[in-house]
Ligand binder design. Structure first.
Ligand SMILES: [Fe+2]
Length: 272
């Protein structure tokens, strides 16, 4: 008897070398522990904390990541443009204006004859660049992919929780899961919406948490204190892995399970 569900691991924003090392260190074990069929990871901050690079792509692929999604920082490293244009395993939000390098969705084979999976990368507009509408873009992409597969996972890279929740409800019953990225703080609202769409507002950051969302604390506090630009320096310490594990019915594309992973847990002291 074959495996009945497709297990998808979505790893939240990988930040810099510490995040990459964590993925290299943990992923093979997670894949075998949970019988993971397909791994998606948001990598827009993998290159020294901002942007993507060929080296980061290579490291993530070697570790077992199938698709690397992106966001507003995807274009920060100009040396990555050629790869962004040509590598089918790298995505950037689909709703950027026509002509922006890269592509925003793809269809990939799952392991063990489970069929295919479509991955769609979108970006929000609230407190972010005024790009095309992510909702209408999602409608368009779903039309392109739905004849080929019912398993559709959306990475909604967005600042505002409400915009992500709205997209979750808008796509409810039409996609397998909507998971958020970009804020680098994992939300504890993972659930399956009534019509079978897995949802989590933000998967969180895989990277250094002794930081301000991945950035060295002093540079970040100086930005707020002086309201002037300060050099971005990636932090190094207290590295955690943030992810969401999804179980999908490969026939219907419906989510049957969603589980949040944050490893290791934060030290919360003791209240007893
Ligand atoms: Fe971002």
């Amino acid at each position: 008897m074959g495996k009945k569900t497709a297990t998808i691991l979505f790893i939240g924003d990988v930040v810099g070398k510490p995040g990459l090392q964590m993925v290299s260190h943990m992923l093979k074990g997670l894949i075998s522990k949970h019988s993971v069929d397909f791994v998606i990871c948001n990598g827009e901050n993998a290159h020294n904390g901002k942007g993507m690079s060929r080296e980061a792509l290579h490291q993530l692929r070697e570790a077992g990541v199938n698709v690397i999604s992106g966001g507003n920082h995807t274009w920060n490293n100009f040396n990555f443009f050629d790869t962004l244009k040509t590598d089918p395993h790298v995505l950037r939000p689909q709703n950027y204006p026509k002509g922006a390098y890269g592509k925003g969705f793809g269809i990939y084979p799952l392991s063990d004859g489970l069929g295919d999976i479509a991955v769609i990368n979108l970006q929000g507009r609230t407190f972010m660049s005024p790009i095309e509408c992510p909702f209408r873009t999602a409608d368009w992409v779903i039309k392109q992919v739905k004849e080929k597969t019912r398993c559709i996972v959306v990475d909604m890279h967005a600042e505002a929780t409400a915009e992500k929740i709205a997209l979750g409800w808008y796509l409810e019953g039409r996609v397998s899961a909507v998971v958020g990225t970009h804020t680098h703080v994992q939300t504890a609202d993972e659930r399956i919406l009534p019509r079978g769409t897995g949802y989590c507002s933000d998967v969180g950051m895989t990277g250094p948490h002794h930081s301000v969302i991945g950035m060295q604390i002093k540079s970040a506090t100086d930005r707020f204190l002086f309201q002037t630009p300060h050099k971005y320096e990636c932090a190094e310490d207290d590295v955690h892995l943030s992810a969401v594990l999804l179980q999908l019915d490969p026939e219907t594309g419906k989510a049957t399970g969603i589980e949040r992973i944050f490893y290791p847990e934060f030290d919360r002291g003791s209240i007893l």
